[in-house]
Design a protein around this ligand. Structure first.
Ligand code: ZN
Length: 201
């Protein structure tokens, strides 16, 4: 094997390591698979990643991923614009939508505060949230973060931040097992937690 080939292979395995839960060994296995059995799939992967990088952006209002300026929910005029639910990830929006328990708007933080790593506030889109609240008045803000240590820390940061806004602030009821992530909670339990939400402020 020439030096040039080795370099290209190493570059591929290094690139694959950006994926979550992919260490050096898994990256190497993936690279072998792509080059040995999935060359056409690899081409499609390259094109799909390039297209997504060009087309997928953050919704101007709720910060979720979408293609275009506004996502489908933010463009829907039937939604109750006076109630804003704050969630961690786009998948949480999907969970809430399938539980049919919230007809208001969303804001997606795209991350969480990790208390074990020094609670870096840059991990969540706080600036964008503040800007949104300054421009769109709401009656109620529902904090719907995960019931994990990180979700609790994120909720705490949000409650502090939201104290300066006139809206009522609520959080999902604590009917769920500790450590629960919204995406793994069944629709009925999730809806119950939304209906029984408690006042934070
Ligand atoms: Zn949106």
């Amino acid at each position: 094997m020439s030096t040039k080939q080795v370099d290209a292979f190493s570059r591929l395995t290094n690139a694959l390591k950006v994926l979550p839960n992919v260490g050096p060994k898994t990256a190497q296995r993936m690279a072998y698979e792509l080059l040995q059995h999935q060359r056409q799939g690899a081409e499609e992967l390259v094109e799909a990643i390039q297209a997504a990088l060009l087309q997928v952006q953050h919704c101007r209002l709720c910060n979720t991923f979408c293609e275009g300026e506004l996502c489908a929910i933010c463009s829907d005029e039937q939604r109750d614009t006076k109630r804003l639910m704050i969630v961690q990830m786009p998948v949480d929006v999907a969970s809430m939508e399938s539980a049919h328990c919230h007809d208001g708007m969303y804001f997606v933080l795209m991350g969480q505060v990790n208390p074990a790593q020094g609670a870096d506030l840059q991990a969540i889109a706080l600036d964008k949230l503040v800007t949104r609240l300054q421009h769109h008045e709401v009656d109620e803000i529902i904090i719907a973060t995960n019931f994990t240590a990180e979700g609790d820390a994120t909720a705490y940061v949000l409650a502090q931040l939201l104290a300066e806004f006139p809206a009522k602030v609520t959080r999902l009821a604590r009917g769920m097992p500790l450590g629960a992530e919204l995406e793994y909670i069944d629709a009925g339990t999730l809806a119950q937690a939304v209906y029984e939400r408690r006042n934070v402020k």
